[in-house]
Design a protein around this ligand. Structure first.
Ligand code: SF4
Ligand code: SF4
Length: 347
């Protein structure tokens, strides 16, 4: 026990336990605000966060973790791979839609949170009591900034984190602790002169390297926007119905990846390049059944069918008019309005 009570021994033990409970990557950052966080408030002030109120309403809290947790000393940052061996979005058949691969399987929040809690409990058994809070995608923390500081991945020009072996297909989580742990070093830049993601983004959501304009991003539009989509953005969605993988699909670090994600993150039946007509037929009950414990439930039926209507309108397939005419009469006015827009696209 005494051997692990120094900051180096504790850090090594925390990382060994993280791997033991099933994480693919782990690193440690100081709880002091990483340098990238100084850009966060500026990014928000430029309007790049759009309607993501959970970001814009907590700029100060999110700009420095210690505002929320004055006791915080270290962040144990973890990552779990989710790519499974299936086609790229750019290879999807033309009559089908696209759901981002992170949302194909089980809800990652539950999986990562349970493992983080186990990690903390096991470290407490070995090191004695300490304060800790675990987060996955929630809480007052800009998790990518801490993960970058912890050496989990280097910032890519598409604003994802890149790892030389794991690419960018991984979920992030973190345990904020009052332990004094020796931090890891950030990874060096991995992009070099590559600009593949900037060139591939279909909507201009990457106006410059390392800058994401969320208001143009298909992921933001299909998941975060809750009501009507801006008309001028609808054609740009193509056939995406939940998220977008393009700027990660084209990344050479993902094309050469060596590791595969757990089967639980592989596609549930019909979710890899889903049949748009089938999704259009989901009523509230069927939607809940189909997306129970799935990240897609975040969009709710309204959001998903709104996106399906837009995707059908962008498909250029006039045989889908009947499907859209049915959606145009949907009890949900948002779905109905988007279906009428889609019918106009099909002429
Ligand atoms: S997720 Fe899609 S829309 Fe968003 S930046 Fe990447 S390629 Fe562009
Ligand atoms: S596609 Fe190229 S520029 Fe974009 S994140 Fe990957 S390596 Fe970096």
């Amino acid at each position: 026990m005494a051997a692990i009570l120094n900051p180096r021994g504790l850090a090594d033990r925390a990382k060994a336990l993280a791997r033991d409970v099933g994480f693919d990557l782990v690193g440690i950052a100081r709880a002091d605000a990483p340098p990238e966080l100084s850009f966060f408030a500026e990014w928000i002030s430029r309007g790049h966060a759009g309607q993501m109120a959970y970001l814009t309403s907590q700029v100060e809290r999110r700009s420095d973790l210690r505002t929320a947790f004055p006791w915080a000393r270290s962040v144990v940052s973890v990552a779990l791979q989710y790519d499974t061996p299936h086609a790229y979005s750019t290879q999807a058949p033309p009559e089908r839609g696209w759901i981002a691969r992170y949302a194909w399987g089980d809800d990652y929040h539950d999986v990562l949170k349970a493992r983080l809690d186990t990690l903390v409990e096991r470290l407490q058994v070995e090191a004695g009591p300490f304060r800790a809070r675990s987060y996955v995608d929630t809480g007052p923390i800009v998790e990518r900034a801490y993960a970058a500081a912890a050496g989990i991945g280097a910032w890519g020009k598409n604003t994802c984190l890149l790892h030389p072996e794991h690419g960018s297909w991984f979920f992030l989580g973190e345990a904020v602790t009052d332990l004094d742990l020796v931090p890891d070093a950030p990874l060096p830049d991995l992009c070099g002169s590559c600009t593949a993601c900037l060139e591939a983004c279909p909507t201009g959501a990457l106006p410059a390297p390392y800058v994401l304009d969320a208001t143009r991003c298909i992921s933001y539009l299909t998941i975060e926007v809750k009501g009507a989509l801006p008309e001028e953005r609808r054609q740009g969605l193509g056939r995406h119905v939940f998220g977008c993988d393009i700027c990660q699909d084209v990344c050479p670090w993902n094309r050469k990846r060596k590791h595969e994600g757990e089967a639980r993150f592989g596609p549930r039946p019909g979710l890899a390049a889903p049949d748009l007509t089938e999704l259009a037929g989901l009523d509230e009950t069927a939607f809940r059944e189909r997306f129970r414990r799935s990240p897609v439930k975040r969009a709710k039926r309204r959001g998903l069918l709104r996106n399906v209507a837009v995707a059908l309108g962008n498909s250029g397939d006039a045989s889908k008019r009947t499907v859209l005419e049915r959606l145009a009469d949907d009890a949900d006015p948002v779905v109905g309005e988007h279906a009428r827009w889609a019918l106009k696209q099909l002429g």
